[in-house]
Design a protein around this ligand. Structure first.
Ligand code: GLV
Length: 317
């Protein structure tokens, strides 16, 4: 009997070629996310699933897949998968950490710079024909050099964002629940979350979405931010109270924010779209040709290793 893998979206060709050397590959032919009914149908005879973080792999989906031996997420985050239930069913769950660290850190910096120097607003201003001459008070933003960067979650991506700040002469405050407080060998200052939120000029989130981190930056935490603070989220929308953040941005209780992620993607609240002090991206943290290819290759290697009874590059359960 052939070993079947179902791909919920087309991924870079080298990864499809690699999968084809081992599996009978079938791919959602549409240029959109797979619909639940389509997924349930395809999983009836799938031995492996290669999915995206936009696919909800819950109990019902897992129950529709009697042959399934592995769920390979083409993402580092796996909050879309009921890992506990998959584990109960003896199904391996894999993800793609590491290969997207630098691209995601770059994008966090793109947002830091865009928000600090009002890049998107300035671009719009020029395109709309408003640039009629240099002006001394035009588009004044805030310095990055010498400021304090607060990083919430010092995993691989948080650390990569911190490393980049050396060129900007910044002080780094870091929050990580399992690291001792005080100065690290890199010169980063590990502090409690409240201290970070009160003292940082720029705050960047890098925690996974788990029951513990859901809404960890709520209304009370947001109130601690400086009026001049810039808030960046390239992690997951649900880590932050989005409504409270929009209120703070609207009333200018904080200066600006850069969003790559939202609570209910792809929905972006109209109140947020109406603000000029935000930069809004469509969840593109890892979206480079090199990184998306590396992620897909890792997801493919995870799937093949499970079937060869080898240790996959990254298994969660
Ligand atoms: C993207 O959001 C990922 O988790 O890889």
């Amino acid at each position: 009997m052939p070993v079947n893998i179902y791909l919920t979206r087309r991924i870079p060709q080298p990864a499809i070629d690699l999968l084809s050397s081992y599996f009978e590959v079938s791919i959602n032919p549409h240029d959109r996310n797979v619909r639940r009914a389509e997924l349930l149908e395809h999983l009836k005879d799938a031995d492996a699933l290669l999915c995206q973080h936009t696919d909800s792999i819950d109990r019902g989906v897992i129950d529709s897949a009697p042959r399934l031996r592995c769920i390979c997420n083409n993402a580092v985050g796996y909050n879309n998968i009921d890992v506990a239930y998959a584990t109960e069913k003896g199904i391996a769950v894999c993800n793609t950490p590491g290969v997207l660290t630098e691209a995601t850190a770059d994008l966090a910096w793109a947002l830091i710079m865009s928000c600090s120097r009002r890049i998107v607003e300035s671009d719009k201003y020029v395109r709309e024909g408003n640039f009629t001459g240099w002006e001394p008070m035009l588009m004044l933003g805030s310095d990055i050099y010498g400021k304090t960067l607060g990083i919430v979650g010092m995993g691989r991506i948080g650390e990569a964002v911190a490393r980049r700040s050396a060129g900007f002469g910044m002080k780094v405050l870091a929050y990580h629940p399992r690291r001792p407080l005080g100065e690290s060998p890199e010169g980063w200052h590990y502090v409690d979350l409240d201290t970070l939120l009160k003292e940082a000029d720029i705050i960047s989130l890098h925690v996974p979405l788990t029951p513990e981190t859901k809404n960890m930056i709520g209304r009370d935490e947001l109130r601690l931010l400086k009026n001049s603070a810039i808030f960046i989220n390239t992690a997951r929308g649900a880590v932050v109270d989005e409504e409270a953040l929009i209120e703070m941005l609207t009333s200018r209780k904080i200066a600006a924010a850069g969003f790559d992620v939202y609570i209910d993607e792809p929905y972006v609240p109209p109140e947020l779209k109406a603000l000029s002090n935000v930069v809004l991206l469509p969840h593109i943290g890892s979206a480079t040709v090199e990184t998306r290819t590396a992620m897909a290759m890792m997801a493919a290697r995870n799937a093949i290793a499970i079937f060869k009874n080898e240790t996959p590059p990254s298994r969660i359960n």
